[in-house]
Design a protein. Structure first.
Length: 293
């Protein structure tokens, strides 16, 4: 009789299928040039706290290692924040399934790549983002910061329907990319002297058209984007971040319908990332402001 080899991950999937997992099962993250993914199944909490959420540490450590490995091999990538997907099933029941998918995207040169990666999250509470950023910037194992130029790149808040909240953070690690310091400083100077830009609309549809026409293929300071939907206005400063444009989408059916449209658009523009969303009572429209890089 022919024998078949079954991996531990496949065994875990079989156990899940038949609902026979009662112990903690944390898959070893599966990493490739395209990104890292993994799954945790088991108790939400133990004597040391939210053990399920600690799987975020496991997978972010794997991502950080893979980014460094790819950089050293001459393959330049960064994490595609817009493509990160988190799911939880069973939060609040005592036993949970938590899945994470963190994709990479190719970049043109070594100083566009990222080699440091971390997260800060909350298992049904708000993440302490400022504290985590300070912790990373002040980590100096060899007397100097691990972050080139003190520049951290932070994702938008990622949430599951059951209220797991995560920010992801990437940077150029000083052990590999110190030569990129001059470029970072130049970009910071460009952003510091950026000119303010204001786009004023009269309604959600009017603002959409103006944002679309006035933000095509421009360079901005991404951190300066501010949306005031009460007055239908978007403001930002010119800067060093090259973008394909800002996108203001809206829908009069439901937020779920709008989210589905965004996911379809992401198939063409994988770095499309939501900045803010909401509901306009005057126009009776759900809306999402996104950036397309």
């Amino acid at each position: 009789m022919k024998k078949f080899l079954v991996t531990e991950s496949e065994k875990n999937n079989i156990r899940r299928m038949y609902g026979i997992i009662s112990e903690q099962v944390a898959d070893t993250p599966n990493c490739s040039n395209a990104g890292c993914s993994g799954k945790y199944t088991g108790p939400e909490f133990d004597n040391n706290g939210d053990i399920a959420h600690k799987y975020s540490n496991t997978i972010t450590n794997a991502v950080a290692s893979k980014l460094k490995e790819l950089y050293k091999s001459g393959t330049y990538v960064k994490v595609n924040f817009a493509g990160i997907k988190l799911t939880t099933k069973g939060m609040g029941t005592g036993n949970v399934e938590y899945t994470v998918n963190i994709p990479f995207i190719s970049v043109p040169d070594k100083c566009s790549a990222m080699t440091g990666f971390a997260h800060v999250g909350g298992w049904n509470h708000d993440p302490a983002l400022d504290d985590r950023k300070s912790e990373i910037l002040n980590y100096k194992p060899n007397g100097s910061s691990v972050v080139v130029g003190g520049k951290l790149y932070v994702s938008k808040l990622k949430k599951t329907k059951e209220n797991l909240k995560e920010y992801f953070i990437q940077w150029k690690h000083s052990t590999l990319q110190q030569e990129c310091l001059q470029q970072i400083q130049s970009n910071q100077q460009t952003n510091a002297t950026g000119k303010p830009v204001s786009i004023q609309g009269t309604s959600v549809p009017d603002l959409r058209e103006k944002v679309k026409s006035q933000t095509k293929e421009i360079s901005i300071d991404e951190d300066s984007i501010v949306l005031d939907m009460n007055s239908y206005k978007v403001t930002f400063k010119t800067g060093s971040d090259k973008i394909q444009g800002l996108s203001l989408l809206y829908d009069d059916v439901s937020s779920d319908t709008l989210d589905s449209r965004v996911e379809e658009i992401k198939k063409t523009y994988p770095e499309m990332e939501k900045i803010e969303d909401g509901y306009d009572k005057k126009d009776k429209l759900w809306w999402i402001l996104s950036i397309i890089k």
